[in-house]
Design a protein around this ligand. Structure first.
Ligand SMILES: CSC[C@@H](O)[C@@H](O)C(=O)COP(=O)(O)O
Length: 371
């Protein structure tokens, strides 16, 4: 996708073929800053401090993190250190584990002399596959949007939460892929963009990228969605996911569950878009089993924004003596999900629905999800 007319992916290698480059998403939408990752520690920091974020991009960065580690030292010991270091960065998005384990399984049996080249080639494959999967699921989601348009006429109003856009993946996005495809196909659409406190990925990232692509959108506070649904102003909720369980429970950014409840109460379809590697075939009950990241309370007590025509500033919102809690994700039970939009088609949110699309993974031949 483009920023100011220049095409970007979210992660790539520099001309030296070794340095990994990313867009620092903590600086968007105010500044476009490209950051060099030259080693394992920097890759891990980029994930932990959310310079990059979004489940598929975390997976791709983990794969490149393994490659950067091999550029430092191709020993078995460093391979183990790289996996442990990367896995400790963020707990919820399953793509992190998927990316690390995919690289480790490939590299461990190889002679040390072959590991460096193999690691970079595999990380590039992970990135390319992510682009293809997101583009593919976009086509399936496009059919749903087109059907709504044909049924009701006029613009299709889609509500999304957090950023499941191209910035959360390598390109295209998950929830935004059908939106971009529909817009490019000339279907009139309009997107309600949830703010997504505390880190404001909706305003900072989703609104930014939709604006860059020319997609009509309106920024709303997190609590506006239910009201809009009651008044017939939302045709579809479309979100991404950090981990979807084998039975179709969906873990996503905190607040997603409340949108699903409001959608259910108002008869609004609630769809989730995801590539295969976001399915965790080892987990069934998302509420009981998915580890929910608890982030720094300072993200709740403070907020950062740009001063009018000036630099960014961080201000305190809460009384200094009041404690804050910051669970970063929640789980929407499968019963509230209208469908899972994948690169293989739209699945019912159930074990049978997912197994029909991913038989090899559901039956244990490939525990990592598959393209
Ligand atoms: C395609 S991304 C889907 C999710 O990863 C996205 O909605 C989300 O919750 C991202 O959370 P973040 O904390 O910004 O990494």
């Amino acid at each position: 996708m483009n920023i100011n007319g220049t095409p970007y992916r979210t992660i790539w290698t520099a001309a030296d073929g070794r340095t990994v480059q990313i867009i620092d998403q903590t600086r968007l939408p105010h500044d476009l800053v490209i950051v060099d990752l030259t080693g394992l520690t920097e890759a891990a920091r980029a994930i932990k401090d959310m310079l990059i974020r979004g489940a598929p991009l975390i997976g791709a960065t983990a794969a490149y993190g393994m490659a950067l580690a091999m550029a430092e030292d191709t020993s078995d010991r460093h391979l183990d250190t790289a996996a442990t270091t990367l896995l400790a960065t963020r707990p919820t998005a399953v793509n992190l584990r998927w990316g690390v384990e995919r690289l480790k399984a490939l590299l461990a049996p190889l002679p040390e002399a072959e590991r460096l080249e193999a690691a970079y080639a595999e990380a590039a494959r992970v990135a390319d596959e992510d682009v293809a999967m997101c583009a593919g699921l976009g086509e399936h989601g496009l059919k749903l949007i087109r059907a709504i348009h044909q049924r009701k006429g006029g613009p299709v109003n889609i509500l999304t939460h957090c950023n499941a856009g191209w910035l959360a993946t390598v390109d295209w996005g998950t929830a935004t892929a059908p939106i971009y495809k529909a817009f490019d196909a000339g279907i009139p659409i309009h997107v309600w963009v949830d703010e997504t406190r505390p880190r404001n990925q909706g305003f900072n990232l989703t609104a930014f990228e939709l604006g860059q692509h020319g997609v009509p959108h309106t920024c709303i506070v997190d609590n506006a969605g239910g009201h809009l649904m009651q008044h017939g102003q939302v045709d579809m909720v479309l979100v991404g996911t950090d981990r979807t369980t084998a039975r179709g429970d969906v873990c996503n950014k905190i607040g997603t569950y409340l949108k699903a409840l409001a959608a259910h109460d108002n008869g609004v379809p609630f769809y989730v878009a995801l590539p295969g590697p976001t399915i965790d075939w080892t987990v069934d009950d998302g509420v009981a089993e998915i580890p929910i990241e608890e982030r720094d309370p300072a993200e709740v007590t403070h907020i950062t924004g740009a001063l009018a025509e000036g630099p960014t500033a961080t201000v305190r919102l809460t009384p200094a003596m009041s404690p804050a809690a910051n669970p970063a994700f929640d789980v929407t039970p499968a019963r509230l999900v209208s469908g899972l939009i994948t690169e293989r088609g739209v699945a019912e949110a159930s074990r049978a629905g997912l197994a029909a699309l991913y038989p090899e993974a559901a039956h244990g031949e490939d525990k990592g999800g598959a393209a």
